[in-house]
Design a protein around this ligand. Structure first.
Ligand code: ADP
Length: 320
């Protein structure tokens, strides 16, 4: 039976990572395990920046943004020699299994470690909701709240000045944040990698909103990595009756205390991760699917098509 486990946060941070650290630590300790915090992701694992976690060291963090363990990127972790170094650091401390909170890159690292004899369980910590095997990732709902709040504010001022606000949101090629925020804010146009990007269609639609629908403002929510929103705003000003303004929300979306949903999700997923490790299971990741906490083999999870989740794209069209 496993006696010592580690936990780390890796890749881009997200609100709720601390709630996951707390859950793994408390459930682990209450199950008779010793729990170690591995700082700065895989980098800290290689460098041996590893310390025991106690009940007290994770108190008062459930509502805190960021991650108390820090996060980092270490591309060299793909190299087997680097991973061997990391494993010897774990072995030195008797750590036999690890919970990895992060995105798909972090999951790949977790799978490689499992294949080398250290059981790892992945938890989806990212605001991008770009892990297809789970309906929601830890941090997505908080980021959605942040984006919704920002767009509501932009709408007020956009309405006063006959503007078209073009709001770029994160998502790392996953359109969920844009789609959900667009629906939640009553946007006029949503652009994601799924909808495709056609500048002429957007300008036509804006002219229609201005001249036929007589709208005082327009809101476009667009995923990052699709187009230069500043340039698009200029084109809107030149070619439609609206004055175009671009807002890139940026890293604000990653910050802030987690909303109750993310705290609950992280707590439930943390509990599941400890239970799996105690059963001697590794190479899996925890998901929420149809409101149930479940686990999938990481390999299968990484190849699941995005449309395996409930589509809500049609809803946006029906609300226009
Ligand atoms: P995210 O986990 O948010 O997707 P990254 O893609 O940057 O973020 O991955 C986080 C870290 O996971 C990387 O810096 C690297 O240390 C590790 N990692 C990513 N891909 C692999 C891989 N194929 N094999 C081993 N480790 C990996």
């Amino acid at each position: 039976m496993v006696k010592r486990i580690g936990i780390l946060t890796s890749g881009g941070d997200s609100p709720g990572m601390n709630a996951a650290i707390r859950a793994v630590t408390r459930v682990g300790l209450n199950s008779g395990l010793e729990v170690f915090g591995i700082y700065n992701g895989y980098k800290g694992m290689v460098e041996g920046y590893i310390e025991p976690l106690t009940r007290n060291s994770v108190s008062q963090i459930i509502g805190k943004g960021g991650t108390i363990l820090g996060s980092a990127r270490l591309p060299e972790f793909k190299d087997i020699e680097v991973r061997k170094k990391a494993i010897s650091q774990l072995k030195k401390r008797g750590i036999e299994a690890v919970v990895v909170v992060g995105g798909d890159g972090s999951y790949r690292g977790a799978l490689s470690l499992t294949e080398m004899g250290i059981n790892c369980i992945g938890l989806p910590g990212t605001i991008d909701n770009d892990i297809t095997c789970t309906d929601y990732t830890i941090g997505f709902m908080t980021a959605l709240g942040t984006v919704t709040d920002a767009i509501d504010k932009l709408r007020d001022t956009s309405n006063s000045h006959h503007r078209c606000s073009i709001v770029e949101v994160m998502g790392n090629r996953c359109g969920d944040l844009a789609l959900y925020a667009g629906i939640a804010c009553g946007a006029d146009i949503i652009v994601t990698s799924d909808t495709g990007f056609n500048e002429e269609d957007i300008l036509d639609r804006l002219r229609e909103l201005d001249l036929i629908r007589k709208k005082k403002h327009a809101i476009i929510v667009i995923s990052e990595k699709i187009t230069d929103v500043e340039k698009l705003a200029k084109k809107v000003s030149l070619n439609t009756g609206f004055s175009g303004r671009a807002t890139v929300l940026g890293h604000i979306q990653r910050g802030g205390g987690p909303c109750p949903f993310d705290r609950m999700l992280a707590s439930q997923m943390g509990e599941k991760a400890v239970d799996l490790l105690m059963q001697g299971i590794g190479g899996q990741c925890v998901s929420i699917r149809d409101n149930k906490i479940v686990a999938y083999p990481i390999e299968k999870a990484l190849s699941m098509p995005a449309d395996s989740r409930k589509p809500i794209t049609n809803l946006f069209e029906r609300l226009l």
